[in-house]
Design a protein around this ligand. Structure first.
Ligand code: GLC
Length: 733
């Protein structure tokens, strides 16, 4: 259908029909049938069930080729203008073949592997009838008390941007209309949801527009540059106004500045939530403000359905606002080819073939291994296959490895650690050791007995998946006391202890770190988790993951992140006994494990880094090179990281900023020269007046294996005109 035909269709629509297109509900409200759709937010409070929501322009949370074809057929038969439904859902890290949670995927630093995971997710989801995924979640995170850190790729704006691009490429491919194995991406949550105060979900976000643009916006912008078809609003306020009704954020910034002309959908209930936020007196005002802010679809509240028509009839809202919203929705349906093929990729047979195929499982297994991070290894790993192993802990045979936002994943499909390990090792004895929240003497004595006959103890510990994800906010980020008790009990046996962690956030690992001879952070590794962790334990896979979010020494340090400012009293520049420095009296400033950290079974040695020049000319570039050699006998992968520091800015500048990385694979004894190109774009930042540009001055380029193990090289850059003079002129004219 051409755009002109869409305009003609729009002309035929009543105001009510436009309001229907601008509403989205779970399928149970559209048609009374067994499939209710995955409920991922509150319903009762929205009073939605009582509303006549029988007609909406799109459905969320339902899936299954047979079900969705049935819903589409029934709906279109009833629809006066024969406009097809859009089917959307949260396919965040896989559909039925569930990949590791995104915070784990980020630790792979493998953009092509993550792109492939999104492509596989899209293929399975499209065959199951879905058209749009509410992914990538591109929120920058610095606070592990917030449960949704598991859904982010971490604390760095550049790395998050690269992953957001990879997800969009994987989901959407090159041509959504022709390639029905792809689905549309919806980047979320616009904006800065990851900065919820206190790590408490849905809480206030308040920061300068400069901070927002410098750290929190880049990944959303990257997803849009990559062509993401949709954006979802965030629950939180931005500068005192809920994002969902924030006209500056949505009209001025998103629509006009970022030139986004796709569909903007609210988060679940977020239109109506502008009432409890206190910027709308009632649902009617909530509908008005969100529509004026440019929100095209109201997810799971009756506001638009109930009030848009009367707002237009009363003259408070121009019908043109509805027309632009509905046209965007119709254009998305057109781009997905739904007018000609309303069932699009839905295909029961193909669904059967694709879901959890061997190929998909193999990719999930490989990526789960790449996403795990070896935090400690006193030489006890990898195991040799003759060793007798005691596998103990509440995650020994747990299927709770999918993590949150795996709403279509089935625990029954999960490979547990016990299953994975017993396939590769002959002598594995298991014991629960404890439950997540409780431990008994009987469990301890059984664990001791099991460990007695073993050469090495593997502890499978972690957080139940419901303790992270949406509304999974915690003030205590340690493992449960029962598990800590188990660790202490096992430590008394004086046998090597390898701890495997299954969790969705950085944890406070005091009481685990010293008691373990090795630690693998497996996160929630997905459907193939057991196989992947077993591969790492036996050396069938060599750990290569690197943290993309700092592990705090204690929750009291939060927020702790690598790209922080130096302050005027940097502890490292002052006498350690000097009280008057920026430091704690009862804890270090540094995290327990820093951004970019991760060990390997290989040994990588870095030669002397060098710069092609110490002067960067405007329009020119410098090369930073370093030799990396695998001095071990084990093939491995190393992510070489390059950071830049601006020594003097117009505003304070971070002590480090990731500006490049390369993941290399080296055979035993093999060496490679890794080279990064440094140019003006890498030096740009938002100035006090939000101008995004580079200054003249001195910089430090750093390269190494993590954000605290680096070689530093100084260089200078001179722009054509110096910002300092401009600022001086402003001040003194
Ligand atoms: C949830 C989440 C959002 C998700 C949406 C639909 O509340 O905040 O990320 O996409 O509702 O399930």
């Amino acid at each position: 259908m051409k755009d002109t035909q869409l305009h003609e269709l729009l002309q035929q629509m009543t105001t009510n029909e436009k309001a229907e297109q601008m509403s989205q509900v779970v399928s149970m409200l559209v048609q009374s049938h067994s499939e209710t759709g995955k409920i991922t937010g509150p319903i009762a409070a929205m009073d939605v069930a009582k509303e006549d929501m029988s007609k909406s322009g799109s459905i969320l949370g339902a899936s299954g080729a047979k079900t969705l074809k049935q819903i589409q057929k029934n709906y279109m038969e009833r629809h006066r203008l024969n406009i097809p439904l859009l089917f959307m859902a949260d396919v965040i890290h896989g559909y039925k073949t569930v990949f590791p949670v995104p915070l784990a995927l980020g630790c792979s630093w493998d953009l092509s592997a993550v792109e492939k995971s999104a492509e596989i997710a899209a293929k399975e989801a499209s065959a199951a009838g879905l058209h749009v995924t509410f992914s990538p979640m591109a929120d920058l995170v610095r606070d592990p008390r917030w449960g949704r850190v598991m859904e982010s790729t971490g604390e760095d704006p550049y790395l998050n941007s690269e992953f957001a691009r990879a997800f969009v490429r994987g989901y959407q491919g090159e041509d959504l209309e022709q390639d029905t194995d792809r689905i549309a991406a919806c980047v979320k949550h616009f904006a800065a949801y990851g900065a919820s105060e206190g790590g408490r979900d849905y809480n206030t976000v308040d920061m300068s527009e400069r901070q927002l643009r410098e750290y929190y916006m880049p990944a959303y912008e990257a997803a849009l540059e990559e062509g993401a078809e949709m954006v979802m609003t965030a629950f939180n306020t931005v500068d005192g106004i809920p994002a969902t009704s924030n006209r500056h954020l949505m009209r001025t910034v998103l629509r006009n500045e970022l030139k986004f002309n796709g569909v903007l959908i609210s988060d679940w209930g977020a239109v109506q939530e502008t009432v409890p936020h206190g910027v709308a007196a009632n649902n009617r005002e909530a509908a008005l403000k969100s529509a004026l802010a440019g929100v095209d679809i109201d997810m799971m509240t009756p506001c638009y359905k109930q009030h848009l028509t009367s707002l237009v009839d009363s003259g408070e809202l121009s019908e043109a606002v509805l027309d632009e919203a509905v046209l965007r929705i119709l254009q998305l349906k057109q781009k997905l080819g739904l007018f000609d093929h309303p069932y699009r990729g839905a295909d029961e047979k193909r669904e059967e073939q694709l879901i959890l195929s061997d190929e998909h499982r193999t990719k999930a297994r490989e990526l789960a291994a790449k996403s795990s991070v070896l935090l400690k290894n006193d030489g006890v790993l990898p195991l040799n296959t003759t060793q007798r192993v005691a596998l103990i802990g509440p995650f020994t045979d747990s299927t709770d490895l999918l993590g949150r936002w795996a709403i279509f994943g089935e625990p029954a499909d999960v490979v547990t650690l016990k299953t994975g390990l017993t396939k590769q090792l002959t002598a594995v004895e298991t014991a629960a050791g404890c439950d997540i929240e409780s431990i008994t003497d009987a469990q301890i004595s059984e664990a001791r007995k099991t460990a007695d006959n073993a050469d090495v103890i593997i502890l499978a510990l972690g957080e139940p998946s419901e303790l992270s994800g949406e509304a999974g906010s915690k003030t205590d980020i340690r493992l449960s006391e029962a598990q800590m008790h188990l660790v202490r009990s096992m430590r008394e046996l004086n046998k090597p202890i390898i701890t495997i962690l299954f969790n969705g956030r950085p944890l406070d690992l005091r009481g685990i770190l010293d008691e373990s001879d090795a630690i693998i952070e497996a996160w929630f590794p997905g459907t193939e988790g057991g196989h992947a962790v077993a591969d790492l334990l036996t050396g069938a896979a060599n750990p290569s993951g690197k943290l993309t979010m700092s592990f705090p020494y204690t929750v009291g340090q939060i927020p702790v992140y690598y790209n922080a400012f130096k302050t005027g009293r940097p502890k490292e520049d002052l006498d350690p006994n000097d009280r008057y420095a920026s430091k704690y009296m009862d804890a270090p400033n540094e995290p327990l494990f820093p951004f970019g950290f991760g060990l390997s079974y290989s040994e990588f040695t870095y030669g002397d880094a060098r710069l092609s020049s110490n002067d960067l000319q405007p329009g020119g570039s410098l090369e930073l090179s370093v030799d990396v050699k695998n001095t071990s006998g084990i093939t491995g992968e190393e992510t070489v990281q390059m950071y830049i520091r601006d020594l003097v800015g117009e505003v304070v500048r971070p002590v480090l900023e990731l500006k490049g990385f390369e993941k290399i694979r080296l055979e035993p004894g093999e060496a490679k020269i890794v080279t990064f190109s440094i140019h003006e774009d890498l030096l740009k930042y938002h100035h006090h007046d939000l101008a995004y540009k580079a200054d003249s001055g001195d910089f430090i380029a750093s390269v190494g294996t993590d954000s605290q193990t680096l070689q530093h090289l100084r260089f200078s850059y001179k722009t054509h005109s110096s910002v300092t003079e401009t600022v001086l002129e402003e001040r003194y004219t």
